[in-house]
Ligand binder design. Structure first.
Ligand code: ADP
Ligand code: MG
Length: 514
């Protein structure tokens, strides 16, 4: 971590101040669905056999300080990132080269690619694609500069199941509410103000993204009503995060939504002769709906595919006429390998996908150096860095996976690589660690407050609807907008930051000029 650049924060509270703040966090969060199902490690199955309990989501008691320039920088590139990733997802031959390097050593990528090939052979029937993306960043301090500048550097780009858009709007609303009821002491008044606490618009904007896709799908040709399917895991502790999007889609846009678990896809849906995806709700089996959009909050982890039937289910959705958020190609565009190919120093690829030089330069500025671990020149260099304990300490090693808990950090890298045959090393990428300035906060999780050093990760959501062209590489972007922000904060002792994975908390930004 870099030295702190922030004012002294958060303030110390006396017992009464602490009680007032905590009571309001507990009550406001439950009253507004800033909630999760409790972890089994906290509330056991015997204590809650029906799985009926909910509790406050892990949250920070104070909005974390975040440099305003960095916040604006991250937001300003959101539309360029939408453009970049929609272009990549529309370029099958470019993706093919990347995937082909990995299919031998990464079974999950190989299976995803097989689904794409099967649908390609039959012919895709839905040219529309929806991306609800989230680009994640940390503040980086360039210490080599005489006047250290803060910029954001991208941690990763998510193209599937980008979560916490539901809770993010709630937590920024909660911090604003706490300010309005004087839950923060007078000493913070120069920092925490209504003008320095941006309200995240992720709920309305992500719902708008789904609504425009639903609308673009058009009227049902089967005479059935149309609906949006939320494809979900079971069990899902983070269900309220998803519910906020469902409720917004329903109440603001009048779109019907249903939750379908991955395991029930083949039982509850069929693909008709014209490849329409037809859904029959188990609670009302005589009714049928034509599915306009499948929004994936499942299907990103290999462990979810227990066997052939689950791959059949993925294929079943992919070959249907429903719009997919994301399609298989969009899912694959979000792999770490693609991020590495773009961000390896001197890579020519970004320019190709974002022809506007100014916009490409802005995106480039957000890249941290990432290297392949293959036998190319850059790969050989990276192998040296990763196997030497002195240099490995500045890096993180990542496989082609999503959802937290998969990375190998710093000093653990050389020994980890020794356990793998060298032929498997190219399945990983080596990324320079981003070192944000030190800061503190209080995290409230599982009924306990923990105060100490924290690391914040800013996510900027983006929504993009595009139509694939007849020729590979062609597409028409129909909608492209930034869709709110997420701040996630973890204790600085933990390398991982996933809230659902049990390491972090949801937070909002208190913008400061540095
Ligand atoms: P996942 O797909 O599992 O979310 P990420 O690339 O987001 O994988 O990595 C998980 C976590 O590891 C991040 O949320 C962040 O806390 C930490 N991390 C990843 N890459 C870096 C990096 N380059 N510098 C600092 N921390 C990182
Ligand atoms: Mg991540």
């Amino acid at each position: 971590m870099a030295p702190s650049m922030y004012p002294n924060y958060p303030p110390d509270l006396d017992a009464e101040q602490q009680k007032y703040l905590l009571r309001n966090v507990e009550d406001w969060s439950i009253a507004h669905g800033l909630a999760v199902r409790p972890a089994a490690t906290w509330v056991s199955e015997q204590q809650d056999p029906a799985g009926a309990l909910a509790t406050t989501a892990p949250v920070t008691m104070f909005p974390s300080l975040f440099p305003k320039g960095c916040f604006d920088q991250a937001k300003s590139v959101a539309k360029s990132y939408n453009e970049l990733y929609s272009a990549i997802a529309s370029n099958e031959s470019w993706l093919k080269e990347i995937v082909e390097e990995l299919v031998e050593i990464d079974e999950f990528m190989a299976e995803l690619w097989k689904v794409h090939l099967a649908v390609k052979k039959e012919g895709y029937v839905q040219p529309l694609n929806l991306g609800l993306f989230r680009s994640d960043y940390m503040v980086h301090v360039d210490a080599s500069d005489s006047k250290p500048e803060t910029t954001v550097k991208q941690v990763e780009f998510n193209t599937i199941a980008s979560s916490f858009g539901g809770l993010s709007s709630q937590v920024s609303a909660m911090h604003r509410h706490l300010l309005s009821i004087d839950a923060y002491p007078e000493s913070t008044s120069s920092l925490i103000k209504s003008t320095t606490l941006p309200q995240s618009t992720s709920v309305p904007e992500l719902a708008r993204g789904m609504a425009v896709a639903h609308e673009a799908y058009g009227k049902s040709s089967t005479g059935l009503s149309t609906c949006v399917i939320f494809l979900v895991q079971d069990p899902e502790r983070n269900v309220f995060d998803q519910r906020h999007l469902e409720y917004a889609l329903n109440s603001t846009h009048g779109v019907k939504t249903f939750r379908l678990t991955f395991a029930r896809v083949l039982a509850d849906t069929e693909v008709d002769a014209s490849r329409k995806l037809i859904y029959s709700p188990p609670h009302s089996p005589t009714k049928k709906f034509e599915v306009s959009l499948v929004y994936f909050r499942a299907g990103y982890a290999p462990s979810e595919y227990r066997g052939k039937q689950d791959w059949d289910a993925r294929l079943h959705i992919e070959r249907s006429a429903a719009i997919k958020c994301p399609s298989i190609l969009t899912h694959l565009a979000g792999t770490k390998k693609v991020q590495q190919v773009l961000a390896t120093p001197h890579s020519p690829h970004l320019k190709h996908f974002v022809p506007d030089e100014t916009r490409a330069a802005e995106v480039l500025k957000t890249f941290a150096p990432i290297y392949p671990l293959d036998t190319s020149e850059a790969g050989q260099e990276a192998r040296k860095l990763a196997t030497n304990p002195d240099t490995a300490a500045r890096y993180v090693l990542k496989p082609q996976r999503e959802g937290g808990g998969n990375n190998v950090y710093r000093n653990a890298i050389p020994d980890f690589l020794k356990t793998l045959p060298e032929s498997h090393w190219p399945a990983y990428i080596l990324m320079e660690m981003i070192e944000p300035p030190a800061q503190s906060n209080v995290i409230f999780r599982n009924g306990e407050m923990q105060q100490g050093g924290v690391i914040c990760e800013l996510g900027i959501y983006g929504a993009c609807l595009w139509r694939s062209g007849e020729t590979d590489g062609e597409r028409e972007v129909l909608q492209n907008f930034e869709a709110g922000y997420l701040l996630r904060t973890k204790g600085s002792g933990s390398e991982e930051g996933g809230v659902a994975a049990g390491f972090g908390s949801v937070d909002s930004a208190c913008l400061v000029d540095l």
